[in-house]
Design a protein around this ligand. Structure first.
Ligand code: CAA
Length: 259
């Protein structure tokens, strides 16, 4: 069945896939159907050998303005427990391929949390990041207190979570939340450029490197270093390691196959 709230574009030649969140009338509010469609699309792209890097974007006005408030408003705690809406996020987190969030306009609540679940963020100058759940009488529930704090530090995270203040793209860059900022008309192009660059690397090395960087967030240094070393050694079982090193020696560009 065709998804209703996302559009998937795939560029076979460049190995880049692009998922566009497409609920513009609700500023891409993340309802249950959209999140399920996103999860399914990511699982499909993750299993597709032709895809080596993935972009998630919204539109110029909004990346996503959060979880769908109208869908949640009347729910009881037991409804929330039974629906367990954030379990889709756990599935998204399992994506092995690198994901770049291309953010323009609002990235609020679950929208900010979704951007932070991605591996890198390219932001337009108009991007606004925030965790305004406190103004709704709740708090972030999909990583906002944890990933934001790790990204920008305690002081700014605490301010954003406790006051709901939106930060600008410039503040987000300075705080280390985003990788780069572009004029609004170029943010998607810049994200595609970055995705193409990553898609030109060995896909196996890319996945294992991503896995190792993420390990830094939930392990001790010793454990993380051990994990990194294992992945490094493991890559010597790949054709791409032989090709990459041989190409360097022969002073030519490598041709990575993902084997
Ligand atoms: N859920 C449902 N609908 C939303 C929405 C949301 N999160 N955000 C915006 N919309 C809808 C609006 O209701 C409106 O719909 P109608 O035209 O049918 O009335 C439409 O999108 C356009 O929004 P606005 O008219 O409000 O646009 P604006 O430019 O005046 O304001 C805004 C933009 C400041 C982003 C404002 O829409 C807003 O504050 N949105 C809510 C942001 C928010 O609180 N997000 C957190 C949600 S909770 C969460 O995400 C929990 C979690 O941890 C996962």
């Amino acid at each position: 069945m065709q998804p209703e709230f996302i559009i998937v574009h795939q560029q076979v030649a460049t190995h880049v896939a692009h998922i566009q969140l497409n609920r513009p009338n609700a500023l891409n509010a993340l309802n249950l159907q959209l999140m399920t469609e996103l999860k399914t699309a990511l699982q499909t792209l993750d299993a597709d050998d032709q895809v080596r890097a993935i972009i998630i974007s919204g539109n110029e006005k909004a990346f996503a303005a959060g979880a769908d408030i109208t869908q949640m408003a009347g729910k009881s705690a037991i409804d929330m427990y039974n629906t367990d809406q954030f379990s889709t996020w756990d599935a998204i987190k399992k994506t092995k391929k690198p994901i770049i969030a291309a953010v323009s306009g609002f990235a609020l609540g679950g929208g900010c949390e979704l951007a932070m679940l991605c591996d890198m963020i390219v932001a337009s100058e108009t991007a606004r990041f925030g965790q305004p759940e406190i103004k709704l009488g709740v708090m972030p529930g999909a990583g906002g207190t944890q990933r934001l704090t790790r990204a920008v530090g305690k002081a700014l995270a605490m301010e954003m979570v406790l006051t709901g203040r939106f930060i600008t793209a410039a503040e987000a860059l300075q705080a280390g939340l985003v990788n780069r900022i572009t004029p609004v008309e170029l943010y998607l192009e810049e994200a595609i450029k970055l995705a193409k660059e990553i898609a030109g690397m060995s896909p196996l090395a890319t996945k294992m490197a991503k896995e190792a960087v993420l390990k830094a967030f939930d392990s001790s240094l010793e454990e993380g270093l051990h994990f990194e070393r294992k992945n490094f050694y493991l890559l010597f079982a790949s054709d791409d390691q032989k090709e990459g090193m041989q190409a360097f020696i022969e002073k030519r560009a490598p041709r990575f196959t993902g084997k």
